[in-house]
Design a protein around this ligand. Structure first.
Ligand code: SAH
Ligand code: SF4
Ligand code: F3S
Length: 447
Protein backbone atom coordinates (compact mmCIF):
# COMPACT_ATOMS: atom_id res chain seq x y z
CA UNK A 1 0.00 0.00 0.00
CA UNK A 2 1.37 3.42 -0.89
CA UNK A 3 2.15 5.91 1.82
CA UNK A 4 -0.70 8.22 2.84
CA UNK A 5 -0.43 11.96 3.43
CA UNK A 6 -2.00 13.85 6.31
CA UNK A 7 -2.77 17.58 6.29
CA UNK A 8 -3.55 18.93 9.74
CA UNK A 9 -5.03 22.35 10.47
CA UNK A 10 -4.78 23.39 14.10
CA UNK A 11 -6.80 26.17 15.75
CA UNK A 12 -7.00 27.36 19.35
CA UNK A 13 -4.70 27.18 22.32
CA UNK A 14 -1.51 25.34 23.25
CA UNK A 15 -3.56 22.34 24.39
CA UNK A 16 -4.70 21.90 20.82
CA UNK A 17 -1.17 22.40 19.48
CA UNK A 18 0.04 19.69 21.84
CA UNK A 19 -2.84 17.42 20.83
CA UNK A 20 -1.89 17.99 17.19
CA UNK A 21 1.64 16.81 17.97
CA UNK A 22 0.02 13.65 19.37
CA UNK A 23 -2.17 13.24 16.29
CA UNK A 24 0.84 13.50 13.96
CA UNK A 25 2.88 11.09 16.08
CA UNK A 26 0.10 8.49 16.32
CA UNK A 27 -0.61 8.59 12.60
CA UNK A 28 3.05 8.54 11.62
CA UNK A 29 3.32 5.33 13.61
CA UNK A 30 0.66 3.93 11.26
CA UNK A 31 2.71 4.94 8.23
CA UNK A 32 0.97 8.22 7.46
CA UNK A 33 3.15 11.27 6.67
CA UNK A 34 2.47 14.93 7.41
CA UNK A 35 2.14 17.30 4.45
CA UNK A 36 1.45 21.03 4.11
CA UNK A 37 -0.36 20.49 0.84
CA UNK A 38 -4.14 20.12 1.14
CA UNK A 39 -4.47 19.24 -2.57
CA UNK A 40 -2.40 16.06 -2.32
CA UNK A 41 -3.55 14.96 1.13
CA UNK A 42 -5.33 11.63 1.62
CA UNK A 43 -6.49 12.64 5.09
CA UNK A 44 -7.34 16.17 6.24
CA UNK A 45 -7.95 16.78 9.93
CA UNK A 46 -9.15 20.01 11.53
CA UNK A 47 -8.23 20.31 15.19
CA UNK A 48 -10.82 22.84 16.26
CA UNK A 49 -11.39 25.49 18.94
CA UNK A 50 -14.73 26.62 20.30
CA UNK A 51 -13.73 29.26 22.85
CA UNK A 52 -15.49 32.07 20.97
CA UNK A 53 -18.25 32.05 18.37
CA UNK A 54 -15.89 33.20 15.62
CA UNK A 55 -13.55 30.27 16.20
CA UNK A 56 -16.45 27.89 15.73
CA UNK A 57 -17.67 29.59 12.54
CA UNK A 58 -14.19 29.19 11.14
CA UNK A 59 -14.59 25.41 11.26
CA UNK A 60 -17.59 25.39 8.98
CA UNK A 61 -16.06 27.86 6.53
CA UNK A 62 -12.91 25.70 6.40
CA UNK A 63 -15.03 22.60 5.82
CA UNK A 64 -16.80 24.42 2.99
CA UNK A 65 -13.46 25.04 1.33
CA UNK A 66 -12.68 21.32 1.47
CA UNK A 67 -15.82 20.25 -0.43
CA UNK A 68 -14.25 20.60 -3.92
CA UNK A 69 -11.28 18.47 -2.80
CA UNK A 70 -13.63 15.73 -1.67
CA UNK A 71 -15.44 15.91 -5.02
CA UNK A 72 -12.14 15.53 -6.86
CA UNK A 73 -10.97 12.70 -4.63
CA UNK A 74 -13.86 10.70 -3.11
CA UNK A 75 -11.33 8.63 -1.11
CA UNK A 76 -10.20 11.72 0.77
CA UNK A 77 -10.89 11.30 4.50
CA UNK A 78 -11.96 14.50 6.27
CA UNK A 79 -11.87 14.45 10.08
CA UNK A 80 -12.84 16.99 12.71
CA UNK A 81 -11.31 16.79 16.18
CA UNK A 82 -10.78 19.21 19.06
CA UNK A 83 -13.19 21.28 21.09
CA UNK A 84 -15.93 21.89 18.50
CA UNK A 85 -16.00 18.16 17.78
CA UNK A 86 -16.27 17.33 21.48
CA UNK A 87 -19.29 19.62 21.91
CA UNK A 88 -21.12 19.04 18.65
CA UNK A 89 -20.36 15.37 18.01
CA UNK A 90 -22.46 13.89 15.24
CA UNK A 91 -24.20 17.21 14.54
CA UNK A 92 -21.10 17.93 12.46
CA UNK A 93 -21.73 14.82 10.34
CA UNK A 94 -25.29 15.99 9.77
CA UNK A 95 -24.37 19.55 8.89
CA UNK A 96 -21.29 18.79 6.77
CA UNK A 97 -21.79 15.75 4.50
CA UNK A 98 -18.16 15.93 3.34
CA UNK A 99 -16.96 14.97 6.85
CA UNK A 100 -16.12 11.29 7.47
CA UNK A 101 -14.95 11.42 11.06
CA UNK A 102 -15.67 13.36 14.24
CA UNK A 103 -13.49 12.55 17.23
CA UNK A 104 -13.13 14.26 20.60
CA UNK A 105 -10.43 15.69 22.81
CA UNK A 106 -10.55 12.68 25.12
CA UNK A 107 -10.09 9.83 22.65
CA UNK A 108 -7.24 10.95 20.38
CA UNK A 109 -5.55 7.58 20.98
CA UNK A 110 -8.32 5.88 19.01
CA UNK A 111 -7.60 7.94 15.88
CA UNK A 112 -5.47 5.38 13.98
CA UNK A 113 -8.25 2.78 14.51
CA UNK A 114 -10.93 5.20 13.25
CA UNK A 115 -8.91 5.93 10.10
CA UNK A 116 -8.40 2.20 9.44
CA UNK A 117 -12.10 1.53 9.87
CA UNK A 118 -13.06 4.29 7.44
CA UNK A 119 -10.55 3.03 4.87
CA UNK A 120 -11.92 -0.50 5.16
CA UNK A 121 -15.66 0.12 5.42
CA UNK A 122 -16.17 3.73 4.24
CA UNK A 123 -18.16 4.23 7.45
CA UNK A 124 -18.89 7.71 8.73
CA UNK A 125 -17.83 7.80 12.37
CA UNK A 126 -18.63 10.11 15.26
CA UNK A 127 -17.06 9.10 18.56
CA UNK A 128 -16.54 11.62 21.33
CA UNK A 129 -16.59 9.20 24.25
CA UNK A 130 -13.94 9.57 26.83
CA UNK A 131 -11.26 6.98 26.56
CA UNK A 132 -10.28 5.17 29.75
CA UNK A 133 -6.71 6.23 29.02
CA UNK A 134 -6.39 9.84 27.83
CA UNK A 135 -2.59 9.84 28.04
CA UNK A 136 -0.69 9.16 24.87
CA UNK A 137 2.61 7.31 25.00
CA UNK A 138 4.92 10.33 25.16
CA UNK A 139 7.50 8.69 22.91
CA UNK A 140 4.90 8.82 20.12
CA UNK A 141 4.41 12.59 20.26
CA UNK A 142 5.88 14.29 17.21
CA UNK A 143 7.20 17.65 18.44
CA UNK A 144 7.08 20.66 16.18
CA UNK A 145 10.19 22.33 17.62
CA UNK A 146 13.52 20.99 18.84
CA UNK A 147 14.27 23.32 21.75
CA UNK A 148 10.99 24.09 23.48
CA UNK A 149 8.24 21.52 24.11
CA UNK A 150 4.70 21.53 25.52
CA UNK A 151 3.94 19.02 28.26
CA UNK A 152 0.39 18.55 29.41
CA UNK A 153 0.25 17.97 33.17
CA UNK A 154 -3.50 17.81 33.54
CA UNK A 155 -6.63 17.45 31.47
CA UNK A 156 -9.94 19.27 31.74
CA UNK A 157 -11.30 21.92 34.05
CA UNK A 158 -13.71 21.88 36.99
CA UNK A 159 -14.08 25.62 37.44
CA UNK A 160 -17.10 26.33 35.27
CA UNK A 161 -16.52 30.05 34.88
CA UNK A 162 -19.92 31.26 33.72
CA UNK A 163 -18.74 32.29 30.22
CA UNK A 164 -16.49 29.37 29.34
CA UNK A 165 -16.94 26.22 27.24
CA UNK A 166 -13.73 24.49 28.28
CA UNK A 167 -15.26 22.30 31.04
CA UNK A 168 -17.63 20.96 28.35
CA UNK A 169 -14.93 20.49 25.71
CA UNK A 170 -12.16 19.03 27.84
CA UNK A 171 -14.06 17.16 30.52
CA UNK A 172 -13.34 16.90 34.22
CA UNK A 173 -10.04 17.88 35.76
CA UNK A 174 -7.63 14.96 35.82
CA UNK A 175 -3.94 15.22 36.71
CA UNK A 176 -1.37 13.05 35.01
CA UNK A 177 0.78 11.05 37.39
CA UNK A 178 4.13 12.41 38.45
CA UNK A 179 5.93 9.48 36.85
CA UNK A 180 4.30 9.86 33.46
CA UNK A 181 5.14 13.60 33.38
CA UNK A 182 8.73 13.09 34.55
CA UNK A 183 9.27 10.27 32.04
CA UNK A 184 8.06 12.53 29.25
CA UNK A 185 10.37 15.38 30.30
CA UNK A 186 13.39 13.09 30.78
CA UNK A 187 12.75 11.79 27.26
CA UNK A 188 12.66 15.37 25.97
CA UNK A 189 15.93 16.17 27.69
CA UNK A 190 17.56 13.11 26.10
CA UNK A 191 16.44 14.37 22.70
CA UNK A 192 18.11 17.73 23.36
CA UNK A 193 15.10 19.84 24.36
CA UNK A 194 16.00 22.68 26.75
CA UNK A 195 12.69 24.20 27.73
CA UNK A 196 9.36 22.78 28.81
CA UNK A 197 6.05 24.60 29.12
CA UNK A 198 3.68 22.75 31.44
CA UNK A 199 0.08 22.96 30.31
CA UNK A 200 -3.17 22.84 32.19
CA UNK A 201 -6.30 25.00 32.54
CA UNK A 202 -5.47 25.51 36.19
CA UNK A 203 -2.01 24.17 36.93
CA UNK A 204 -2.23 25.40 40.53
CA UNK A 205 -4.65 22.64 41.37
CA UNK A 206 -2.34 19.98 39.91
CA UNK A 207 -2.32 16.80 42.01
CA UNK A 208 -5.45 17.49 44.08
CA UNK A 209 -7.15 14.51 42.42
CA UNK A 210 -4.17 12.17 42.81
CA UNK A 211 -3.39 9.95 45.77
CA UNK A 212 0.32 10.67 45.39
CA UNK A 213 0.41 13.56 47.86
CA UNK A 214 1.97 15.85 45.29
CA UNK A 215 1.10 19.45 44.43
CA UNK A 216 2.23 21.84 41.71
CA UNK A 217 5.23 23.35 43.57
CA UNK A 218 6.40 19.76 44.34
CA UNK A 219 6.14 18.89 40.66
CA UNK A 220 8.14 22.00 39.70
CA UNK A 221 10.93 21.07 42.07
CA UNK A 222 11.10 17.52 40.65
CA UNK A 223 11.29 18.87 37.09
CA UNK A 224 13.90 21.43 38.16
CA UNK A 225 16.23 18.50 38.95
CA UNK A 226 16.07 16.99 35.46
CA UNK A 227 19.44 17.38 33.84
CA UNK A 228 19.58 19.07 30.45
CA UNK A 229 16.35 21.04 30.92
CA UNK A 230 17.28 24.71 31.36
CA UNK A 231 13.96 26.47 31.58
CA UNK A 232 10.51 25.67 32.94
CA UNK A 233 7.36 27.63 32.15
CA UNK A 234 3.70 26.91 32.86
CA UNK A 235 0.23 28.07 31.82
CA UNK A 236 -2.34 28.75 33.15
CA UNK A 237 -2.40 29.67 36.82
CA UNK A 238 -5.82 30.42 38.23
CA UNK A 239 -5.63 33.42 40.58
CA UNK A 240 -7.93 31.80 43.14
CA UNK A 241 -5.47 28.96 43.70
CA UNK A 242 -2.15 30.84 43.61
CA UNK A 243 -0.37 29.68 46.77
CA UNK A 244 2.51 31.18 48.73
CA UNK A 245 4.29 27.88 48.14
CA UNK A 246 4.11 28.39 44.39
CA UNK A 247 5.50 31.92 44.68
CA UNK A 248 8.31 30.53 46.85
CA UNK A 249 9.03 27.75 44.35
CA UNK A 250 9.15 30.27 41.50
CA UNK A 251 11.54 32.46 43.44
CA UNK A 252 13.82 29.61 44.53
CA UNK A 253 13.92 27.08 41.70
CA UNK A 254 16.61 28.22 39.27
CA UNK A 255 15.01 26.81 36.11
CA UNK A 256 11.53 28.21 36.67
CA UNK A 257 11.35 31.36 34.54
CA UNK A 258 10.38 34.80 35.81
CA UNK A 259 7.13 34.88 33.96
CA UNK A 260 3.58 34.42 35.21
CA UNK A 261 0.33 34.32 33.26
CA UNK A 262 -2.39 35.12 35.80
CA UNK A 263 -5.66 35.96 34.02
CA UNK A 264 -7.66 38.63 35.82
CA UNK A 265 -10.57 38.71 33.25
CA UNK A 266 -12.12 41.85 34.82
CA UNK A 267 -11.22 44.49 37.41
CA UNK A 268 -14.78 44.77 38.74
CA UNK A 269 -15.75 42.66 41.73
CA UNK A 270 -19.38 42.32 40.71
CA UNK A 271 -18.37 41.15 37.22
CA UNK A 272 -15.82 38.76 38.71
CA UNK A 273 -18.55 37.36 40.90
CA UNK A 274 -20.91 36.92 37.95
CA UNK A 275 -18.09 35.26 36.04
CA UNK A 276 -17.73 32.85 38.99
CA UNK A 277 -13.99 33.46 39.15
CA UNK A 278 -13.70 32.98 42.92
CA UNK A 279 -11.55 36.03 43.78
CA UNK A 280 -11.92 39.77 44.20
CA UNK A 281 -9.73 42.41 42.55
CA UNK A 282 -8.25 43.17 46.00
CA UNK A 283 -7.26 39.54 46.56
CA UNK A 284 -5.77 39.41 43.09
CA UNK A 285 -3.73 42.57 43.65
CA UNK A 286 -2.46 41.25 46.99
CA UNK A 287 -1.13 38.19 45.18
CA UNK A 288 0.48 40.34 42.50
CA UNK A 289 2.25 42.36 45.22
CA UNK A 290 3.57 39.16 46.80
CA UNK A 291 4.81 37.90 43.43
CA UNK A 292 6.53 41.21 42.62
CA UNK A 293 8.17 41.27 46.01
CA UNK A 294 9.46 37.67 45.81
CA UNK A 295 10.50 37.89 42.14
CA UNK A 296 11.32 41.51 41.27
CA UNK A 297 12.15 40.75 37.60
CA UNK A 298 8.82 38.95 37.07
CA UNK A 299 7.02 39.53 33.79
CA UNK A 300 3.26 39.36 34.15
CA UNK A 301 0.59 38.63 31.58
CA UNK A 302 -3.16 38.24 31.67
CA UNK A 303 -6.38 37.46 29.85
CA UNK A 304 -9.02 40.19 29.88
CA UNK A 305 -12.63 40.03 28.70
CA UNK A 306 -14.52 43.22 27.82
CA UNK A 307 -18.27 43.44 27.38
CA UNK A 308 -19.26 40.65 29.77
CA UNK A 309 -23.07 40.83 30.35
CA UNK A 310 -23.96 43.75 32.60
CA UNK A 311 -20.55 45.45 32.35
CA UNK A 312 -21.15 49.16 33.07
CA UNK A 313 -18.83 52.04 32.23
CA UNK A 314 -17.83 51.97 35.88
CA UNK A 315 -16.98 48.23 35.75
CA UNK A 316 -14.98 48.85 32.62
CA UNK A 317 -13.05 51.69 34.31
CA UNK A 318 -12.12 49.24 37.06
CA UNK A 319 -10.63 46.91 34.47
CA UNK A 320 -8.58 49.82 33.12
CA UNK A 321 -7.50 50.66 36.68
CA UNK A 322 -6.25 47.17 37.43
CA UNK A 323 -4.32 47.01 34.15
CA UNK A 324 -2.70 50.33 35.01
CA UNK A 325 -1.87 49.22 38.49
CA UNK A 326 -0.44 45.76 37.65
CA UNK A 327 1.32 47.00 34.49
CA UNK A 328 1.31 43.69 32.60
CA UNK A 329 4.03 42.98 30.08
CA UNK A 330 1.27 41.81 27.76
CA UNK A 331 -2.38 40.79 27.76
CA UNK A 332 -4.68 38.65 25.64
CA UNK A 333 -7.78 40.74 25.17
CA UNK A 334 -11.18 39.32 24.19
CA UNK A 335 -14.63 40.63 23.48
CA UNK A 336 -17.13 38.53 25.42
CA UNK A 337 -18.68 35.94 23.15
CA UNK A 338 -21.82 34.10 24.28
CA UNK A 339 -21.31 30.33 24.17
CA UNK A 340 -24.16 27.82 24.03
CA UNK A 341 -24.85 25.95 27.29
CA UNK A 342 -22.88 28.45 29.41
CA UNK A 343 -24.84 30.38 32.09
CA UNK A 344 -23.55 33.82 30.99
CA UNK A 345 -25.06 33.37 27.53
CA UNK A 346 -28.49 33.38 29.20
CA UNK A 347 -27.87 36.56 31.22
CA UNK A 348 -30.37 39.18 30.11
CA UNK A 349 -28.09 42.22 30.08
CA UNK A 350 -25.89 41.39 27.07
CA UNK A 351 -23.69 44.25 25.82
CA UNK A 352 -24.09 45.52 22.24
CA UNK A 353 -21.20 44.79 19.93
CA UNK A 354 -20.32 48.46 19.28
CA UNK A 355 -19.81 49.00 23.00
CA UNK A 356 -17.68 45.85 23.24
CA UNK A 357 -15.65 47.03 20.25
CA UNK A 358 -15.05 50.51 21.71
CA UNK A 359 -13.95 49.03 25.04
CA UNK A 360 -11.72 46.55 23.25
CA UNK A 361 -9.96 49.33 21.32
CA UNK A 362 -9.66 51.47 24.41
CA UNK A 363 -7.88 48.75 26.41
CA UNK A 364 -5.75 47.78 23.42
CA UNK A 365 -4.36 51.34 23.30
CA UNK A 366 -3.74 51.42 27.04
CA UNK A 367 -1.93 48.08 27.00
CA UNK A 368 0.20 48.97 23.96
CA UNK A 369 1.59 51.94 25.81
CA UNK A 370 2.43 49.81 28.87
CA UNK A 371 3.97 46.96 26.83
CA UNK A 372 6.14 49.35 24.83
CA UNK A 373 7.26 51.13 27.95
CA UNK A 374 8.20 47.85 29.65
CA UNK A 375 10.06 46.55 26.60
CA UNK A 376 11.96 49.85 26.24
CA UNK A 377 13.29 49.42 29.77
CA UNK A 378 15.34 46.47 28.48
CA UNK A 379 17.26 48.56 25.93
CA UNK A 380 20.95 48.50 26.74
CA UNK A 381 20.57 45.55 29.15
CA UNK A 382 22.32 42.20 28.81
CA UNK A 383 19.89 39.30 29.11
CA UNK A 384 20.02 35.50 28.88
CA UNK A 385 18.42 34.22 25.67
CA UNK A 386 17.59 30.64 24.76
CA UNK A 387 18.05 30.41 21.01
CA UNK A 388 15.12 28.57 19.36
CA UNK A 389 16.33 28.66 15.76
CA UNK A 390 16.14 30.77 12.63
CA UNK A 391 13.94 33.82 12.52
CA UNK A 392 10.83 32.99 10.48
CA UNK A 393 10.89 36.24 8.49
CA UNK A 394 14.63 36.61 7.98
CA UNK A 395 16.80 33.52 7.67
CA UNK A 396 19.98 35.44 8.39
CA UNK A 397 18.74 36.10 11.92
CA UNK A 398 18.11 33.97 14.97
CA UNK A 399 15.12 33.94 17.27
CA UNK A 400 15.17 33.37 20.98
CA UNK A 401 13.38 34.31 24.16
CA UNK A 402 14.27 36.00 27.41
CA UNK A 403 13.46 34.17 30.62
CA UNK A 404 10.58 36.64 30.87
CA UNK A 405 9.21 35.21 27.59
CA UNK A 406 9.96 38.16 25.30
CA UNK A 407 10.85 37.38 21.72
CA UNK A 408 14.28 38.56 20.58
CA UNK A 409 15.64 38.78 17.02
CA UNK A 410 19.39 38.46 16.74
CA UNK A 411 21.58 38.98 13.66
CA UNK A 412 24.33 36.37 13.25
CA UNK A 413 27.22 38.63 12.42
CA UNK A 414 30.63 38.19 13.98
CA UNK A 415 31.40 34.61 13.07
CA UNK A 416 28.64 32.90 15.05
CA UNK A 417 27.20 29.86 13.29
CA UNK A 418 23.43 29.56 13.51
CA UNK A 419 23.42 25.78 13.79
CA UNK A 420 25.85 25.91 16.71
CA UNK A 421 23.71 28.33 18.65
CA UNK A 422 20.27 26.71 18.43
CA UNK A 423 19.33 25.36 21.86
CA UNK A 424 22.08 27.36 23.57
CA UNK A 425 21.83 29.98 26.28
CA UNK A 426 23.44 33.17 25.02
CA UNK A 427 24.05 36.58 26.57
CA UNK A 428 22.48 39.19 24.35
CA UNK A 429 22.62 42.96 24.63
CA UNK A 430 19.25 44.45 23.75
CA UNK A 431 19.75 47.15 21.14
CA UNK A 432 16.16 47.98 20.28
CA UNK A 433 12.72 47.34 21.70
CA UNK A 434 9.33 47.70 20.08
CA UNK A 435 5.79 46.62 20.84
CA UNK A 436 6.17 43.09 19.54
CA UNK A 437 9.64 42.21 20.71
CA UNK A 438 13.29 43.01 21.05
CA UNK A 439 16.40 43.10 18.90
CA UNK A 440 19.83 42.39 20.26
CA UNK A 441 23.42 41.41 19.60
CA UNK A 442 25.30 38.46 21.01
CA UNK A 443 27.86 39.39 23.63
CA UNK A 444 28.71 35.94 25.00
CA UNK A 445 27.81 32.31 25.40
CA UNK A 446 26.91 30.56 28.65
CA UNK A 447 27.79 27.00 27.68
N1 SAH B 1 -8.00 28.23 32.01
C1 SAH B 1 -7.62 29.52 31.63
C2 SAH B 1 -8.30 30.06 30.40
C3 SAH B 1 -8.44 29.25 29.18
S1 SAH B 1 -9.44 29.99 27.93
C4 SAH B 1 -7.96 30.45 32.79
O1 SAH B 1 -8.95 30.27 33.48
O2 SAH B 1 -7.29 31.45 32.92
C5 SAH B 1 -8.44 31.40 27.51
C6 SAH B 1 -9.13 32.72 27.66
O3 SAH B 1 -10.18 32.86 26.74
C7 SAH B 1 -9.80 32.97 29.00
O4 SAH B 1 -8.90 33.32 29.99
C8 SAH B 1 -10.75 34.08 28.68
O5 SAH B 1 -10.14 35.35 28.83
C9 SAH B 1 -11.07 33.85 27.21
N2 SAH B 1 -12.45 33.36 27.06
C10 SAH B 1 -12.97 32.19 27.48
N3 SAH B 1 -14.28 32.12 27.18
C11 SAH B 1 -14.61 33.29 26.56
C12 SAH B 1 -15.81 33.81 26.01
N4 SAH B 1 -16.96 33.14 26.07
N5 SAH B 1 -15.75 35.03 25.44
C13 SAH B 1 -14.61 35.75 25.39
N6 SAH B 1 -13.44 35.29 25.89
C14 SAH B 1 -13.44 34.07 26.47
FE1 SF4 C 1 -12.56 28.25 31.40
FE2 SF4 C 1 -12.55 29.14 33.88
FE3 SF4 C 1 -11.72 26.66 33.36
FE4 SF4 C 1 -10.25 28.74 32.61
S1 SF4 C 1 -10.73 28.16 34.72
S2 SF4 C 1 -10.76 26.95 31.38
S3 SF4 C 1 -11.78 30.26 32.06
S4 SF4 C 1 -13.81 27.43 33.11
FE1 F3S D 1 -8.17 25.57 23.75
FE2 F3S D 1 -10.07 26.52 22.22
FE3 F3S D 1 -10.36 24.19 23.31
S1 F3S D 1 -8.86 27.68 23.63
S2 F3S D 1 -9.22 24.23 25.21
S3 F3S D 1 -8.82 24.77 21.81
S4 F3S D 1 -11.93 25.71 23.12
Amino acid sequence: MSEKNLALLTFGCQMNKYDSEKIVGLLENSGIRLTDNLDTADIIILNTCSIREKAEHKVYSQLGRLTPLKKKNPNLIIGVGGCVAQIQGKKILQRAPQVDLVFGTLNINKLPGFIREIEETSARISDIDSNSDIDTDSAAIKREGAVQAWVNIMHGCDNYCSYCVVPYTRGREKSRTRESILTEIRGLSEKGFKEVTLLGQNVNSYGSDLSEGIDFPDLLSLIDKIEGIKRIRFITSHPKDLSDNLIKAMAELPKVCESLHLPIQSGSDSILQNMKRGYTSGEYLKNIDKVKEAIPEISLSSDVIVGFPGETDEDFEKTRDIIKSVRYDGIFLFKYSPRPETPASEFSNQIPNDVKQARFENIMELQKEITLNKNKKLEGKIVEILIEGNNKNDNSKLTGRTRTNKLVTIPTEGGFKKEDLTGKLIDVKITRANLYGLEGIIVGSRQ
